[in-house]
Ligand binder design. Structure first.
Ligand SMILES: Cc1cc2nc3c(=O)[nH]c(=O)nc-3n(C[C@H](O)[C@H](O)[C@H](O)COP(=O)(O)OP(=O)(O)OC[C@H]3O[C@@H](n4cnc5c(N)ncnc54)[C@H](O)[C@@H]3O)c2cc1C
Ligand code: SF4
Length: 479
């Protein structure tokens, strides 16, 4: 523990954002980091609890009190080693993880002011890159075994890095022209600069991973070829089947109604300098934008629309408005359902809850012109329309951010013939990650359904251990 009375003497201090008026003019990250001394002081607030609930709150079980202690004593390089012992990519999670660890921190329960764990995590790894401490870890020996990984999102990347460090020959196949999965094409640059992925890809290439972008397994490359050529195959293709408005909603497929990922990926491509080719551009400039869906993806649509110059942005959520504060004695140390406002929502979006879409109203050309919506009552546990509560919202761009139902089945999954679970995800448990087909494993959103980057990293690491044990009969890789 950095300072036994630190939690009594030092106030919580976290990173701030650049002002809204400034940040909406560009697509760069806008978090203002704390100074090294400030981070070190924040680390000294950690009480090193006998039972560190933050460990259990963090899906990758980061050893949080240990690195808090090390930064409070200015032992940054050791802190980085501890951080990397559980997390391959702390600069990803240090920027975009919702930080369930902080919800689980004892200081959240006692003082409503958890240790700024995510900020400390990010500061440690950013310093590691700045100082040149992060180097490729080339394995001392090679096993002669080969593994193919399908998908280069956080699950595929974490799995690849663990397996190559265990000495296996690892090849990653990715259907897109750039690597990173949703980190690259879903999450906007203003939340997560793509340079963070490029640096890790370079590190992994130096460690021996081979990447094949522009290669769709199940189309260009038959899945059967991977099964013949490799000793093991890991499916890490994400959960890409978007949930859409039901066909019973009139106008659900009108012109001007788009899936969030079609909109977000276009902007990310533009920022990276890639052309859109023959894809029809979707632009929010000067438009009345309505985002359907109140989660992270919806929020990213809000921030992107604002940067593109939308006239007005409204975000609708079918669920009721959550309480401002959680009942801590009931929910702590678990992740609470409570009112949160994202940086994008702060930038000028109107939000509404308990609203369901009844119809997309179109003009004579078939273009969306308004939304007919109705308020719903959740008191029975499911949404019931409130009679007479219908209203219309002017709209000329509607973005559907209603989540993802399961992975795409056509191609890869049909060809590998793996069993699916009742939700349509690939069936496997989180101990051996093996599918119903011999030597085929699965990790990340493709197994657990739409989730978080930190869970994808965890699954990639754990699947790597399972594959290593399958190939070698034992594994020294951490779970
Ligand atoms: C808009 C948006 C914002 C988000 N924001 C956050 C956030 O702020 N914080 C957070 O923690 N999580 C966030 N998430 C969730 C997070 O991005 C995902 O949970 C995570 O990326 C899942 O990782 P994955 O590796 O399992 O899959 P993905 O990241 O989806 O990667 C799968 C990869 O597999 C490739 N692939 C699929 N099929 C094939 C095939 N047949 N052949 C070759 N390649 C294939 C895909 O092209 C993709 O690159 C967000 C999600 C979205 C959509
Ligand atoms: S990965 Fe997420 S949950 Fe884990 S320590 Fe970092 S911010 Fe917290």
């Amino acid at each position: 523990m950095g300072r036994p009375t630190g939690f009594l003497e030092i106030k919580r201090q976290d990173r701030q954002y650049k002002p809204v008026a400034e940040r909406v003019l560009h697509y760069d990250e806008f978090i203002i980091p704390l100074s090294q001394d400030q981070v070190s002081e924040q680390g000294a607030r950690c009480m090193d609890c006998g039972i560190p609930f933050c460990h259990q709150g963090c899906p990758i079980n980061n050893v949080i009190p240990d690195w808090n202690d090390l930064v409070s004593k200015n032992h940054w390089q050791q802190a980085l080693a501890v951080l990397h012992s559980t997390n391959n990519f702390p600069e990803f999670t240090g920027r975009i993880c919702p930080a369930p660890c902080e919800a689980a921190c004892t200081l959240n329960f006692t003082a409503d002011a958890p240790v700024t764990i995510r900020t400390i995590e990010c500061a440690i790894v950013d310093k590691g890159w700045e100082q040149g401490w992060i180097k490729p870890q080339v394995p001392a020996h090679r096993t002669g075994k080969s593994v193919a990984i399908v998908g280069s999102g956080p699950a595929g990347l974490a799995c690849a890095q663990q397996l190559v460090r265990a000495g296996h020959k690892v090849t990653v196949y990715e259907k897109n022209n750039r690597l990173g999965g949703l980190l690259r094409y879903g999450i906007p640059d203003f939340k997560f600069n793509k340079n963070h992925i490029d640096r890790r890809i370079a590190q992994m290439q130096a460690e021996g991973v081979t990447f094949h972008p522009n290669t769709t397994v199940g189309e260009k490359l038959p899945a059967s070829q991977l099964l013949t050529e490799f000793n093991a195959v890991v499916l890490a293709g994400g959960s890409e089947q978007a949930r859409c408005l039901p066909a019973s909603v009139k106008g659900h497929d009108a012109q001007g109604v788009h899936r969030a990922m079609d909109f977000l990926s276009q902007q990310n491509k533009k920022v990276s300098g890639d052309g859109l080719g023959r894809i029809q551009p979707i632009d929010a400039k000067g438009k009345q934008v309505v985002v359907i869906g109140g989660g992270d993806t919806g929020s990213d649509c809000v921030g992107t629309s604002i940067r593109q110059g939308a006239a007005r942005v409204t975000q609708l959520e079918i669920m009721p408005q959550p309480p401002q504060k959680e009942a801590k004695p009931v929910v702590w140390p678990n992740w609470p359902n409570k009112m949160r406002t994202s940086s994008s929502q702060e930038e000028g979006c109107q939000r509404d809850w308990s609203v369901s879409t009844k119809e997309i109203i179109t003009d004579e050309q078939g273009k969306v012109s308004a939304l007919k919506v109705v308020r719903v009552d959740w008191s029975a546990g499911y949404p019931q329309e409130i009679a007479g509560s219908e209203f219309t919202l002017k709209a000329d761009l509607v973005l559907l951010a209603m989540g993802f139902v399961h992975p795409v089945h056509e191609g890869l999954l049909v060809q590998t013939a793996v069993d699916l679970d009742e939700r349509g995800n690939v069936q496997a448990n989180d101990c051996d990650y093996s599918t119903s087909i011999d030597k085929v494993f699965v990790a990340g959103d493709m197994r657990r359904g739409q989730s978080l980057v930190v869970w994808a990293i965890r699954e990639g690491r754990q699947a790597a251990r399972a594959v290593d044990a399958y190939l070698m009969g034992f594994s020294d890789l951490p779970r």
